[in-house]
Design a protein around this ligand. Structure first.
Ligand code: ATP
Length: 358
């Protein structure tokens, strides 16, 4: 069991307000990812949960017990760092069992726990090796194994995969998610990589400048970003954002005339927006198509063939680039005049304050 509740949690350094009143409830067994740009406070928040950073305001509880002042080693949470911090002179088995040895756990029990964790992490064949004789992925697994043997209530990961190559990162992503289901423990995972967040999380917490912008499942954030920040942060390539003004509204549609020529008609039966309102239209590259006679024009500035898909960068009259994702683009070449059409049912609308209107 580890249910973690943060209420109005703050972190003030002497001259800097790093975390500005965070409210968050993390359920037992949940896999929660903190994501956000560099400096947004995700590591600080994780370290406050771990007990490695003082909480300067608000309340933090673990399973209903106020934990603000509980020392890190008494919180029952295990932290796994980006740098694995393994002891180079010890074998894998000794590295994994070290904390138990310090806690005077009987030798047989340590051996059994290490063997169990090693089997789970496919480290059973390398238990006698020293860290320098391991691959990067294996070292990362040893660091995780060292946490598992302590049987913590929750795991806290600080960018644990950033030192691995791309292929291994993808593999470890899946393994960590499986581990979460297998161990049935709460996991909090910090990353600046929104793809990692999307693929791993039960729920994503998007942080920006010390505040939470939105909390939700990956698909909630993708389909219904609460504001322009989340809209721009989640999704790859990034959502296209164009400013304009609402020119017409009926029961089912909103027409927007774009500042830089062109228009978009959005399907919108719930949104309450009057003609004349200044808005930003959000169109994901995968929901925008190159068509003949589309309502938005530009010039194909760059065409990027990725194999399974093609990205076309379309330069607008004002010089801004829009991205269109397509799987079949026979015939589009750099310099061609093109027109495009966003899907009216998948385009999003944001008000003057940057908040989502649909
Ligand atoms: P990154 O992805 O770059 O690691 P982050 O989101 O994890 O970024 P934090 O390391 O949590 O960001 O830092 C949040 C903010 O707090 C940053 O602006 C940082 O400069 C500031 N900060 C961190 N530690 C201190 C400190 N000891 N004193 C003052 N400010 C600090």
């Amino acid at each position: 069991m580890a249910k973690l509740i943060l209420q109005n949690v703050e972190k003030r350094y002497e001259t800097f307000h790093a975390i500005k009143g965070v409210d968050l409830s993390i359920d037992d067994r949940e896999f929660v990812v903190f994501v956000g740009p560099s400096g947004c406070g995700k590591t600080t928040l994780l370290r406050m949960i771990a007990g490695l950073e003082e909480i300067t305001g608000g309340d933090f509880s673990i399973d209903g017990v106020r934990a603000n002042d509980i020392p890190p080693d008494k919180r029952g949470l295990a932290m796994v760092f980006q740098t694995y911090a393994l002891y180079p002179h010890m074998t894998v088995a000794d590295n994994m069992g070290f904390a138990l040895k310090m806690a005077k756990v009987p030798r047989d029990e340590i051996k059994a726990k290490v063997a169990h964790a090693a089997a789970m992490l496919q480290l059973d064949k390398v238990l006698d090796r020293r860290p320098k004789a391991l691959s990067g992925g294996q070292r990362q697994r040893v660091a995780i194994g060292r946490a598992i043997v302590r049987n913590p209530k929750g795991f806290l990961f600080d960018e644990p995969l950033s030192n691995l190559d791309a292929a291994l990162r993808v593999q470890m992503r899946t393994e960590l998610v499986k581990l979460n289901k297998q161990l049935q423990t709460t996991m909090i995972y910090v990353t600046h990589d929104q793809i990692e967040a999307m693929t791993m999380a039960d729920r994503i917490v998007v942080l920006n400048a010390g505040i939470i912008e939105q909390v939700g499942s990956p698909l909630e954030l993708y389909n219904n970003p609460a504001n322009l920040f989340v809209a721009g942060f989640i999704g790859s390539p990034k959502m296209n954002l164009l400013e304009g003004v609402v020119t017409a509204r009926d029961d089912r549609h909103v027409d927007v005339t774009l500042d830089d020529a062109g228009s978009v008609t959005l399907v919108a039966d719930r949104v309450n927006v009057a003609p004349g309102t200044r808005v930003t239209v959000g169109m994901r590259p995968e929901h925008t198509a190159l068509v003949t006679d589309g309502p938005i024009g530009g010039v194909a500035d760059f065409v990027e063939h990725l194999g399974n898909e093609t990205l076309v960068y379309v330069k607008r009259p004002d010089g801004r680039l829009l991205i269109v994702k397509a799987d079949d683009l026979a015939g589009v070449r750099m310099g061609d005049a093109v027109t495009l059409a966003p899907r009216g049912d998948r385009s999003l609308l944001f008000g003057p304050d940057g908040k989502a209107l649909l």
